[in-house]
Design a protein around this ligand. Structure first.
Ligand SMILES: [Zn+2]
Length: 96
C-alpha cells in the first residue's frame, strides 16, 4: 500500500486579467500546467517525460478540478511577477 500523502490543490487567480496559476502543495509547492500536463516536481522531470506517466500531483489536480475540490486565492495582477518569481525560486531550490 502506498502512503497517502496530503496534497492540497490551489488555484491562484490574478485579477483583472484572470490569469491562473495552479499549484499542488505537499512537502513542497509545485507548479502545474493543467493543459500542458506539466508538473514542476522531480518525479515528473525524470520519469514522466520518458514514460508518459502522470505524477501524483497531476493525478491529484485532475481529480480536484473535476470534483471542484480546490482552494482558490485571488491576487491582483500587480503581484503576478513577484508571485511567479518567488514560486520559481522555491521550485529551483527544492529540486536542483
Ligand atoms: Zn508532480
Amino acid at each position: 500500500m502506498t502512503k497517502q500523502r496530503n496534497l492540497t490543490v490551489k488555484s491562484h487567480l490574478f485579477l483583472p486579467s484572470r490569469k491562473k496559476i495552479w499549484t499542488v502543495v505537499g512537502n513542497n509547492e509545485y507548479w502545474l500546467d493543467v493543459h500542458l500536463k506539466y508538473c514542476s516536481c522531480r518525479y515528473f522531470y525524470y520519469k514522466s517525460l520518458m514514460n508518459a506517466k502522470m505524477c501524483s500531483h497531476l493525478e491529484k489536480i485532475t481529480k480536484a478540478i473535476e470534483q471542484n475540490e480546490y482552494e482558490e486565492v485571488e491576487f491582483s495582477d500587480q503581484n503576478y511577477d513577484m508571485f511567479v518569481t518567488s514560486l520559481l525560486k522555491d521550485i529551483l531550490n527544492s529540486n536542483f
